[in-house]
Each structure stands twice: as C-alpha cells, then as structure tokens.
Design a protein around this ligand. Sequence first.
Ligand code: IP8
Length: 267
Amino acid sequence: MLHLKFLTLVKLGGSVITQKKLSPPTVNKMALNRIAKELRIHKGPLIVVLGGGAHGHQAAHAYGFGDASTPLEKLLAGIPSIRHNMTLLSLEVEQILNANGIPSVAIPPFASVRMHDGAISNFPTDIIKGVLEAHCAVIIHGDVCLDDVQGASILSGDTISVYLAKALDIQRVFVGTDVDGILEEDPRINPNAALVSVIDSSNKDSILAGIGASSATDVTGGMALKTQELLELANQTAQVAIFNLTVSGRLAALLEGKSTTCTRMKL
Ligand code: IP8
C-alpha cells in the first residue's frame, strides 16, 4: 500500500533544467545531476514534474499555442514536435535520476490526459499510483494534449502539480523556479524587489496584482497564473513552497524540513 503521508511532489522549472535560450533545445545536465543528488535526500514516494523549458515552449510558441487566433490546423501540426521534444527531455531526466540512485519512470500525459478548452477533463491517476507502489519515482511533465474544443492545448507542469496534489492528497509541494520565490514587484522592473516569504490571506490580493506576466517564451501564462494555481492548493493541508532551484541546497533543505529562502503559501 502506498503511504501517501510521505508523498512529495517537486516541480523542476523548465528554465532551470533546460537551456531556455538555446535552439535546438538542450538539457542542462549539470543542473540536473546536482538536483538529482538533492532529491535523493527524500526517502519516501516522489513525483517529479518537469516544466517545458526550451523543449516545450519553443515549439509551442512556433505553432501558435497561447494565441487565441491560431487556427486549429496549425495547433494540430505542432503536436509531433512538442511531443518529441518533451519526450527527449523526460528521458534525459529519467536517465539522470536513475543514474543517481533514484529508480524513476517517466509517464507522458499525452497518452492519457484529455483536455476541454484548455482545462483538464480527464486525468487518470491509477498508473501514477501503481508506479509509486512499485517503489519508483514518477516523472511527469508539461505536455501538449488532445483537446475536444481546441484540437490540442498545452497542459502546464504547474497545472499538473496542482491537479495531482489534490487528486492524491499530496502533503508537500515544492515548486522550483529560477527566482528566489514570489517577489513584491516584477524583478525586471525593479531588480531590488523584495522576496515575499509567506503569502497568506492578508497579502494574497496585493501580491497577485504585483506579479507581471513572464516575458520569456512561455505559453502557459507566466508567474501570475502559476501563483494563482498554487494558491488554490494552500488552503488544503498541503505545504506549498516556491523556491530557487538554481541555488544548490535549497531543495535539500525543503526536503529535510529545514528553513530556507523561499515563498511559502499558507491560506
Ligand atoms: O513550463 C509547459 O509546462 P510549464 C509545457 O510548466 C509545454 O508551463 C509543452 C510547453
């Protein structure tokens, strides 16, 4: 039987695990090897969710995902290259985790998730539970999925994280990005913007208003949407933290239950 109490989900931001500006997409193996060593600290069941990074966002952008005026045929034409790139990314991560002593299996959302107008309409989780029960970590990733309204739509890693956290009642959700957490202002406008260490009901609205949309090639809505989705989780029992995955030791500290620089969400 799976002991859900110890189930932990870690999202690996695409800008950390891929070279977001390089084309063709390239995995950041150095970062991934270091992250794998930090993940090894966690001894219980583990779900690792990959963001799209260069592998997902370049192709999704090229085929007009995220732009409501893109014709259905163009979206459909993008399916093979997004799928192919995300599969390459997930296999490289799978190889690195296994090589670092974390038995892991990559599961592609495309094969089982259905979307309805950009939202999940069906996401079976039996296979995920089964893999965890087989004592393997699950690697799952942002993906393109079939959509009965739009033909195809992008399922982001953050949406997957929130969905699985609710469906599997996951108690610890740690979201790794390339910034220290949620900042009071857009850091591209104010490089000295202060870190918000806790978001709760008293500052939630003003924080959300201060977060600008991501300027990078990101078809899934940038930081504001990601934060909003994660806040939905925080009024359940889950521990939710957004942290800087580019700084070594912070993931390890969160996994060990130690304090570290990050934004925690408590509603
Ligand atoms: O980077 C996006 O996932 P995210 C996945 O978590 C694709 O938003 C395929 C662009």
